[in-house]
Design a protein around this ligand. Structure first.
Ligand SMILES: C[S@@+](CC[C@H](N)C(=O)[O-])C[C@H]1O[C@@H](n2cnc3c(N)ncnc32)[C@H](O)[C@@H]1O
Length: 269
């Protein structure tokens, strides 16, 4: 007789930075087999179409609008795994880059539930790349730091003070509410002319960006009303940036919808 006993397993899947095409084939395969998908605020909901047979539950926690605490999320993962068996926990970018992925797998394993990881394309690299900014470039930048603007104590990471003294490219996630503090640190290090790029909603049709220097970036952010979710990139590599539209032009030449939403003309080269 066929054994129908549910065997709980949770696969943490990276959903990439926003563009639903920036998903791995392995992620698509896991979604197809899933019986339940629990997903975050940063996940593009178009991706859920790859999981036609799954129950879907939004478990995002957005700043100022916490629909679920991390403890509630952990408990829901256990509950859904025990009820449905194959569960996909879909997380923005890569689950192990400021994604609390390890906390979730540790918690699940504490209940004897199997876990697996499918890495995703992290926004830390893909969002700068989407506007032509390489995080490393020969002769310009030999390393890059990815730093959180909001630690578990809700403060700016002290690593930014160290990074500001280095020649590394610095990529800051969750840093928009600490932009003034970041700018002050760079000014204290006499880096007033250092290029800075800020990209909000990178790789999505509602993407916006500001490119300036340590001296000018705060005024630009205010003028453009940029906010989270955004990536802050500091370093000489920002010089090489392209128009925000290059990404969409390369991929969606025919897609009028994108252009209508961005309120600009396509660049035809
Ligand atoms: C909790 S972290 C999760 C990072 C994610 N695990 C990753 O690898 O991309 C959320 C932060 O990532 C950044 N972020 C994620 N997606 C983004 C996007 N499409 N555009 C700009 N920033 C993004 C923002 O700084 C946001 O506040």
């Amino acid at each position: 007789m066929k054994n129908t006993k549910i065997q709980p397993k949770v696969t943490l899947v990276g959903a990439g930075p926003g563009d639903p095409d920036l998903l791995t084939l392995k992620a698509v395969k896991a979604l197809k087999k899933a019986k339940a998908v629990l997903y975050d605020a940063l996940v593009n909901e178009e991706i859920l179409e790859h999981a036609p047979n799954a129950v879907k539950l939004y478990i995002g926690k957005r700043k100022g609008n916490h629909s679920h605490t991390q403890d509630q999320i952990n408990d829901l993962l256990v509950e859904y795994a025990q009820k449905y068996g194959k569960v996909v926990r879909l997380k923005g970018g890569d689950p192990f880059v400021f994604g609390r992925g390890k906390e979730e797998t540790d918690y699940l394993e504490g209940f004897g539930i199997k876990t697996a990881i499918i890495p995703g394309i992290t926004s830390a690299i893909a969002v700068p790349a989407s506007v032509g900014i390489p995080v490393t470039q020969r002769t310009m930048s030999e390393s890059f730091w990815v730093i959180t603007g909001t630690t578990s104590a809700r403060t700016l990471s002290n690593d930014i003070k160290l990074a500001a003294q280095s020649t590394a490219t610095v990529v800051i996630l969750m840093g928009m509410s600490k932009l003034s503090e970041i700018v002050s640190i760079y000014k204290d290090n006499n880096r007033h002319t250092m290029p800075v790029g800020i990209i909000q909603n990178g790789t999505k049709k509602e993407a916006q960006q500001a490119i300036g220097t340590i001296e000018t970036i705060e005024a630009m952010v205010e003028a453009k009303k940029l906010s989270s979710p955004a990536i802050i990139i500091i370093g000489d590599v920002v010089h090489g940036h392209k128009s925000l539209l290059t990404y969409f032009n390369e991929q969606f030449m025919e897609d009028d919808f994108i252009y209508q939403n961005l309120d600009i003309e396509p660049i035809i080269s």
